[in-house]
Design a protein around this ligand. Structure first.
Ligand SMILES: [Zn+2]
Length: 433
C-alpha cells in the first residue's frame, strides 16, 4: 500500500485507551493502514504518542474587529501548534457574529488559511444584547455549531428559554457564560480570604452557581413536552457547587454538558496575592477545594470536555493594574502539555480519560462522530512527546498574546506534528531532514 506519510513506531492512544505501537500509514486524508506501507515521507517517531487531534469548544479569536489582539491566522496557527485540529470561535467580536453571512465569511477565510479548522459559534441574541433572538436555523445552515452570548451573561430567562427551544428544533446547542451579574458586580477576583485581605472587589462562587441553578431550571422547563431535547452547554465551570448542580441535572436526564478551562484546573485565587493581572480572568480563579472538585468531575465524566477560553489581549492592556486590566488568559499553545504534566504525570490522572476530554468529549457536544485510531479513520491527528521537557516561553507563541500565567513552568507532552485530514499544519522536530 502507498501513502503520503508513514509514522513508524508510533504509540497509539485515543479516548478509548492505549493501543500499543504501530506503523501508521496516512494518505487521502485518512489512516490507510496500521501495519506500514510505502510513503513519500517516512518518520521514525519511536517514543512519541499519536492521538486524535484536539477540539477546543471555546476560543476567542477576536476576528472581526479586534485583530490587534488576535486574528484567524494567528489564532488558528496557535491552535495547530497546541495540537488542535478544530476550534470553536466565540462570537463576541466587533461586530458580533450574529448573521449567516458573517459565519460563512469566517469559515471561508479560515479554510483559506489552512491551519486548524474553524467552527464558528454565533450569537444567541442579535448583537448579544440579550433581547431579540438571532436566526438559529439560518446560522446553523451557514455552519454555526453553537449559539452563545459568551462574554456577556444572559439576564432574561425568558429569552434563554425561547432560544433553547428554537436551538433544539435546529439541532444546535446553546452555551452560556453562567454568572449572575448582580452577584458578580465589579468583582475582579474570587471573593474570599484573599480578596478580603487585599481589599479588592470579589466575585463570589455563588454568582456562578446561582446562575447555573436558574439556567438548569429553565432547561428543565423547556425540556418538558419538547420533541427535540434542548442542549444547554455551561462554559468554563469554575465552582464545586456549580458542578454539584450540573451532576444532579445530568442524573435527572437533562441534556446539560459543561467544560473546564486549563486555568481553573491548575491555578487558585492565591495567585492574585501578586496583584498580577495575568491571573485576572472571568469566572475568576477559585479555591483549591474547587480545583479538586473540578478534577474529580473531569474524571467521572460530569465535565465532558476541556475548553481553553483562550482569551488574547494586547500586552499593553494586560499590563494595566488589576482593577483596569481586561479579563482573560491565552492558552491554546500550552493547554495539552500543561494538563498532561499537571494531571497525568503529577497526579496520576488516566491519560486516555484526559484525551477523551480533548477529543471525543467536545466532538460529542457539537454532534460530531469521534475520531479513533483505526484504519479508515480521518487523519486529523496530533503527535506529541511524553518525554521532552520544555519551559513555557510566551515569546515563542504564534498567538499575538505573548504572555502566560504558566511562563517558565517546565512541561512535557509538547506536540511536534499536527495533521488536518492528512495535511501537515504544524511540524517541529518530527521530520528529520
Ligand atoms: Zn465566558
Amino acid at each position: 500500500m502507498k501513502g503520503e506519510i508513514l509514522l513508524k513506531n508510533a504509540k497509539l492512544v485515543d479516548g478509548r485507551g492505549e493501543h500499543g505501537q504501530a506503523d501508521v500509514l496516512i494518505g487521502e486524508g485518512r489512516i490507510l493502514s496500521l501495519s506500514g506501507g510505502e510513503a513519500r515521507w517516512v518518520l521514525d517517531v519511536a517514543g512519541m504518542v499519536l492521538s486524535p487531534g484536539f477540539l477546543d469548544p471555546h476560543a476567542h479569536l477576536r476576528e472581526p474587529g479586534q485583530e490587534v489582539k488576535e486574528d484567524l491566522q494567528s489564532g488558528l496557527t496557535a491552535a495547530a501548534r497546541g495540537g488542535y485540529t478544530d476550534v470553536v470561535s466565540m462570537p463576541n467580536t466587533s461586530p458580533v457574529v450574529d448573521s449567516a453571512e458573517m459565519v460563512r465569511a469566517l469559515k471561508k477565510k479560515a479554510a483559506q488559511i489552512g491551519q486548524a479548522r474553524l467552527h464558528p459559534a454565533a450569537a444567541l441574541t442579535q448583537g448579544q444584547e440579550g433581547k431579540t433572538l438571532s436566526e438559529a436555523k439560518l446560522l446553523r445552515e451557514a455552519g454555526a455549531v453553537m449559539l452563545t452570548d459568551d462574554g456577556r451573561t444572559n439576564e432574561d430567562a425568558g429569552v434563554l428559554a425561547l432560544g433553547l427551544r428554537y436551538a433544539a428544533s435546529w439541532g444546535i446547542p446553546v452555551a452560556v457564560h453562567a454568572e449572575d451579574a448582580g452577584l458578580r458586580r465589579g468583582g475582579v477576583m474570587h471573593e474570599g480570604e484573599v480578596s478580603y485581605r487585599l481589599g479588592l472587589p470579589g466575585n463570589p462562587g455563588y454568582a456562578e452557581s446561582a446562575r447555573i441553578a436558574r439556567d438548569l431550571e429553565v432547561l428543565r422547563y423547556v425540556s418538558e413536552g419538547l420533541a427535540a431535547q434542548p442542549h444547554l452547554h455551561i462554559q468554563h465551570l469554575s465552582t464545586k457547587r456549580g458542578l454539584e448542580l450540573v451532576r444532579q441535572a445530568r442524573h435527572d436526564g437533562l441534556r446539560v454538558s459543561t467544560e473546564v478551562t486549563p486555568h481553573h484546573l491548575t491555578l487558585t485565587h492565591e495567585r492574585l496575592e501578586s496583584l498580577n493581572p495575568l491571573y485576572k480572568v472571568a469566572p475568576p480563579l477559585r479555591t483549591q477545594a474547587d480545583v479538586e472538585a473540578l478534577v474529580e468531575g473531569l474524571l467521572d465524566g460530569s465535565i465532558e470536555c476541556i475548553g481553553t477560553d483562550h482569551a488574547p489581549h494586547t500586552a499593553d492592556e494586560k499590563e494595566l493594574d488589576l482593577l483596569r486590566a481586561p479579563f482573560g488568559i491565552p492558552s491554546l499553545e500550552v493547554c495539552w502539555p500543561l494538563l498532561y504534566t499537571e494531571l497525568v504525570e503529577k497526579r496520576g490522572f488516566p491519560l486516555a480519560v484526559l484525551l477523551e476530554r480533548f477529543t471525543d468529549g467536545p466532538r460529542r457536544i457539537l454532534g460530531l462522530a469521534p475520531i479513533h485510531l483505526e484504519e479508515g479513520a480521518e487523519a486529523s491527528l496530533v503527535l506529541w512527546s511524553p518525554d521532552e521537557e520544555r519551559p513555557v516561553d510566551p515569546k515563542c507563541f504564534a498567538s499575538k498574546a505573548r504572555f502566560s500565567p504558566w511562563a517558565g513552568w517546565v512541561l512535557r507532552g509538547w506536540p511536534s506534528l499536527t495533521l488536518v485530514e492528512g495535511r501537515m499544519v504544524y511540524e517541529q522536530g518530527a521530520v528529520q531532514v
